[in-house]
Ligand binder design. Structure first.
Ligand code: NAD
Ligand code: GLY
Length: 380
């Protein structure tokens, strides 16, 4: 059942697509795929063994029933497979399976599969169409929407990539039934992030859902309707921001810049880097980053103590976050200066002047003592 269809309208006329949210959608994804890319004759599903083992059959069958000639390419499971090596193997699979300019790549998986498959689609024959079928909560509300694709490399995380918009996104909330709790928590942290920058209404809806989730302990059929509603509102918010600033212009520093989606990410990226990307899920790091940015915003007298308390409460409802004891504080501090959001020579911080009121500030406007003091509170 389709719960909501969220259009994403980009300034480039060719980039307009729908994000379909609902339940029981995998079994009919073939019709959606052929209506999204009518010219396609072949489809290649990019996934990993785990996700394909759970959902691959249903997707493959439906695509074939809709008349597509279907092949599959499975990549390894985990962030380390979002690499140039996997990209090369994926491009080899596209070639071996005769994927032409008019065919379609179908990304079935979490953010790792989506980012990698999307980037492979962006560079294969200088760009073929691709469809996103996100299977983690994080991928549903964030990574599958907005066309950022890429891989990690020796130069850093996500530093090689392209903006390549999908031709459509199909979100089937049923697949969350098999998602491990820790991955759900990571996704919910990104949802809290979008609520914090999006406004009270989105934050309250997220909070209410999470409070219900604690009691019922997991995603089940009872929650599916509410969850679809939340995912749709989250996606709507992201789509609006992306539509206004598709390529994250370096000189857009307004509260509607795509950069605001990096709220919580300065501390998150530093934590991930200092722990070699092995200790925290990305969304968990964002959960901690939200709390760090909130504390810093309060310290600079932008944000009220009540709003900091509220953000702490909502992040807590998202699930348990890993402890930071034992992490090298100096490594985290050093990682700040290497963050992707360094424009020119200055790191940019996304802080809050209130819920729904993000502000982009150059690091040079923030007293290093304030950052150090808060760092000391988070990592003793
Ligand atoms: P992931 O893709 O590694 O998936 C997490 C784990 O869940 C994996 O082990 C996966 O096999 C498993 N899994 C996926 N779906 C499942 C399901 N339905 N049931 C059971 N297991 C399932 O991680 P992620 O959190 O989805 O994505 C993280 C990636 O997303 C990072 O590389 C990050 O950089 C990227 N990202 C990109 C954007 C963007 O705008 N492009 C935004 C945010 C994050
Ligand atoms: N996840 C940040 C963005 O899509 O811009």
């Amino acid at each position: 059942m389709i719960h909501a269809t969220v259009p994403i309208k980009l300034k480039s006329a060719s980039s307009r697509y729908d994000i379909r949210v609902g339940t029981g959608l995998l079994a009919t994804c073939g019709d959606w795929a052929t209506s999204s890319v009518p010219e396609a004759r072949r489809a290649i599903i990019v996934s990993n063994k785990k996700v394909f083992g759970l959902y691959g059959d249903a997707v493959q069958r439906s695509l074939a029933k809709a008349g597509l000639s279907v092949s599959t390419h499975l990549i390894g499971d985990g962030e380390r497979f979002k690499s140039l090596k996997t990209l090369e193997q994926t491009l080899a699979a596209f070639n071996a399976n005769g994927i032409s300019r008019t065919d379609v790549v179908v990304a079935l998986g979490g953010g790792v599969v989506g980012d990698l498959a999307g980037f492979a689609a962006a560079v294969h024959l200088r760009g073929v169409k691709f469809l996103q079928m996100p299977t983690t909560l994080l991928a549903m509300i964030d990574s599958s929407v907005g066309g950022k694709t890429g891989v990690n490399s020796q130069f850093g995380k996500n530093l090689i990539g392209a903006f390549h918009q999908p031709a459509g996104v199909l979100i089937d909330a049923d697949v969350l039934a098999t998602l491990p709790r820790r991955e759900l928590t990571a996704g919910f942290c990104e949802a809290v992030k979008q609520g914090a920058i999006g406004g009270r209404k989105l934050l309250d809806q997220t909070h209410r859902f999470l409070q219900g989730l604690d009691v019922k302990n997991g995603i089940n059929e009872l929650l599916a309707d509410e969850l679809c509603g939340l995912v749709a509102r989250q996606v709507e918010f992201k789509a609006k921001i992306v539509a206004g600033d598709e390529r994250e212009s370096a000189n857009n520093e307004t509260a509607r810049s795509r950069k605001i989606l990096n709220f919580g990410h300065t501390f998150a990226h530093a934590l991930e880097k200092a722990t070699d990307y092995r200790y925290l899920r990305h969304g968990e790091a964002v959960g901690l980053g939200i709390l760090f940015a909130a504390e810093l915003s309060k310290k600079l007298e932008f944000l009220s103590a009540d709003d900091v308390t509220l953000l702490n409460a909502v992040v807590r409802c998202a699930g348990r976050l890993p402890a930071l004891d034992g992490i090298d504080r100096e490594k985290v501090a050093a990682a700040f200066s290497k963050d992707k959001k360094v424009i020119g020579d200055s790191l940019q911080w996304i802080l809050l002047r209130g819920i729904g009121k993000p502000v982009i500030l150059p690091g040079s406007n923030i007293p290093p003592r304030a950052v150090k003091e808060i760092l000391g509170k988070f990592i003793r």
